[in-house]
Design a protein around this ligand. Structure first.
Ligand code: HEC
Ligand code: HEC
Ligand code: HEC
Ligand code: HEC
Length: 500
């Protein structure tokens, strides 16, 4: 083999070729180095704070100036286009989908309007627009207390800090309408100085305290679940002051919470048809999640609902909290090697089988309420009805505990099936007793059921004047809400923004 030197002597163009190739390689290396430095500078620039963020800053866009990637991904919770088989961010009118719910919640706000939850961005808009908060104008109050605002906005910790926690909950919902205007956001979960996760809702801290636990001792991984447990939980409004309380003193299983409510004689409303003292489950997301395999293996809510995402060479936590099925590659396949189709099938199979049992229990509950109504009409006594009403209360509580927590038929299908099996037991007992009483009072069986094939028919049957409710709401949205918005804008203008 000839040496390069001899080769170049014989064929000078080879020398030139080598020279040009070297120049090109050096140029490309230089380009790469400059690209890397630029990206680094960009990263430093991105992380350099631009504005001062005070401890109770409720405006997400102010935090967004310092943390644009997280803010931009948070803003994607505005997107309502994704729909999975049963959930997603799209608007779903749950009463229209399943008019039996109107009978189960007759006499209670939920039978006026109940929709599938959507992104955090809509928290304020949705609580103003839902018929459950009523149309407070002039002397007319909202049927709901101020406590209702608690899981909607980072203005909540701000106002709690100003007026005190117990004071915050007191009074009617419209009183704080001008104060609570920014949707769920940064200040709900972050300490602005360190950006560490923090718990801002007293109810969670207090529930832990009553169990002898200190939230401050939670590990980093636990915090990635507990920030969500501030809101995605079962709760109730305790006593005259409507103090927000998590009913966990006996434990978080449905039977344990039920025993807690029974001991204190608490009920949310009296069912107008059966006269049973009812409980409304809120959304025991965290409680049910802790009975599932993922919690057992140390997986957090954020692992699936806020997976890491890379963009422009930067890795950050995706703040577009949504159905993980819209992003399986980043939310599930980080841990699972199965195909997307396989994982989807796993989720849908669980959801489908839980729904099957749920609908059986729902059918039986509708019948139990209406049969109990017949029994009263036929002359049944309080004493005869008491064990029946308790059984209906327990059966519906267990149904609601299983139905209300969003995503739980995936989070822990087994626990929901167990819960609903015990609900089926209770409702069967109620209907057995009812059959005896109805026979005793000479009522022919089976009792005829009303036509509740649509939401409108069911709402008419339970006695709501929907046209009037909707008209009042429209007026409230046109006349009252703009005043709240105006007052809030004035306040925030006075705060300004401190640029660094
Ligand atoms: C519901 C709770 C929640 C809300 C609301 C929230 N975050 Fe986060 N944020 C988290 C979690 C969980 C993490 C991951 C923290 C960890 O594992 O250390 C995180 C991480 C971060 C980080 C650290 C860097 C990263 O990407 O991991 C920044 C910065 C951040 N969030 C900014 C924001 C901003 C800005 C907002 C408002 C637009 C916001 N967050 C709203 C829960 C929240
Ligand atoms: C301050 C209370 C609060 C906190 C904290 C909170 N959420 Fe929510 N979340 C809500 C409310 C309220 C809604 C429903 C908003 C609506 O429908 O207008 C919601 C909706 C959702 C949805 C449905 C979104 C969709 O597109 O269907 C998901 C998923 C979700 N939250 C996950 C989480 C996770 C995960 C955490 C913790 C990292 C968390 N949330 C923390 C109150 C909260
Ligand atoms: C941080 C890791 C992690 C993530 C993210 C994760 N999983 Fe899992 N998953 C696990 C572990 C660990 C188990 C338990 C398996 C074992 O120990 O054999 C499990 C179990 C399962 C199982 C079988 C157990 C059962 O009860 O059926 C299914 C199905 C499953 N995961 C689906 C999903 C889906 C769908 C997603 C995304 C929405 C997901 N997982 C996200 C870690 C994860
Ligand atoms: C292993 C992954 C995983 C973990 C961990 C997890 N989830 Fe989910 N979550 C899911 C899946 C899958 C769904 C079903 C989404 C669907 O049907 O579109 C879901 C649904 C939801 C929904 C309803 C979303 C919608 O589209 O309406 C909410 C709210 C929610 N989860 C909150 C939580 C909270 C709060 C925690 C922690 C206490 C948690 N999740 C932990 C995978 C997970």
């Amino acid at each position: 083999m000839k040496s390069i030197r001899t080769l170049i002597k014989e064929k000078p163009w080879v020398g030139w070729l080598l020279f040009v190739a070297t120049v090109i390689v050096v140029f490309l290396l230089g380009l790469l180095a400059s690209e890397i430095t630029e990206r680094r500078a960009e990263a430093v620039y991105v992380n350099k704070p631009k504005v001062e963020i005070s401890d109770y800053e409720p405006r997400n866009e102010v935090w967004g100036a310092n943390y644009p990637k997280q803010f931009q991904s948070y803003m994607k919770t505005r997107d309502t286009s994704f729909r999975s088989k049963y959930n997603g961010s799209a608007f779903i009118d749950e009463l229209e989908e399943d008019p039996r719910l109107v009978i189960l919640w007759a006499g209670y706000g939920f039978s006026k309007e109940y929709n599938q939850g959507r992104g955090h961005y809509y928290a304020i808009k949705d609580i103003r627009e839902i018929l459950r908060t009523g149309a407070p104008i002039g002397e007319r109050e909202s049927p709901m207390p101020n406590t209702c605002w608690t899981c909607k906005s980072p203005d909540v910790p701000r106002v709690m800090n100003e007026v005190g926690v117990a004071e915050f909950y007191k009074g009617s919902w419209e009183e704080r309408g001008h104060q609570i205007v920014n949707p769920i956001g940064c200040a709900d979960c972050h300490n602005p100085e360190t950006m560490n996760l923090r718990i801002t809702r007293p109810a969670l801290i207090e529930a832990f305290q009553r169990q002898g636990k200190d939230v401050k001792n939670a590990s980093h991984q636990e915090m990635r679940t507990l920030v969500c447990a501030q809101c995605h939980v079962e709760y109730y409004f305790k006593g005259e002051g409507k103090y927000l309380t998590f009913p966990w003193d006996n434990g978080t299983k449905p039977e344990e919470i039920e025993a807690y409510y029974d001991e204190t004689g608490f009920y949310d409303w009296i069912h107008p048809i059966s006269k049973a003292p009812m409980l409304k489950a809120q959304h025991p997301g965290y409680e049910v999640f802790t009975t599932g395999i993922h919690y057992d293996r140390g997986v957090s809510c954020a692992d699936c609902h806020m997976p890491y995402h890379s963009e422009g060479g930067q890795k950050f936590t995706n703040h577009h909290m949504q159905s993980p099925l819209n992003n399986i590659s980043e939310s599930c396949q980080v841990c699972h090697r199965q195909s997307e189709e396989k994982l989807l099938q796993n989720v849908y199979n669980k959801q489908k089988s839980v729904r099957e049992t749920r609908f059986k229990l729902e059918d039986a509950l509708v019948k139990a309420h209406i049969e109990a109504g017949e029994a009263w009409d036929a002359g049944a006594t309080e004493k005869e009805m008491k064990p029946i009403l308790t059984a209906i209360r327990h059966a519906q509580w267990r149904w609601d505990y299983a139905a209300a927590g969003h995503g739980n038929s995936f989070h822990s299908a087994l626990e929901l099936s167990r819960t609903m099996a015990s609900g089926l037991d209770a409702v069967q007992e109620a209907r057995l007793l009812l059959a005896r009483i109805l026979t005793k009072y000479g009522v022919e069986q089976p009792v005829t059921m009303p036509d509740i094939s649509t939401k409108a028919k069911a709402q008419e049957y339970v006695g709501w004047n929907m046209e009037k409710l909707n008209r009042q709401k429209e007026k409230f949205l046109e006349e009252v809400v703009p005043q709240w918005v105006e007052k809030a804008a004035q306040r925030e203008k006075e705060w300004g923004v401190d640029r660094l």
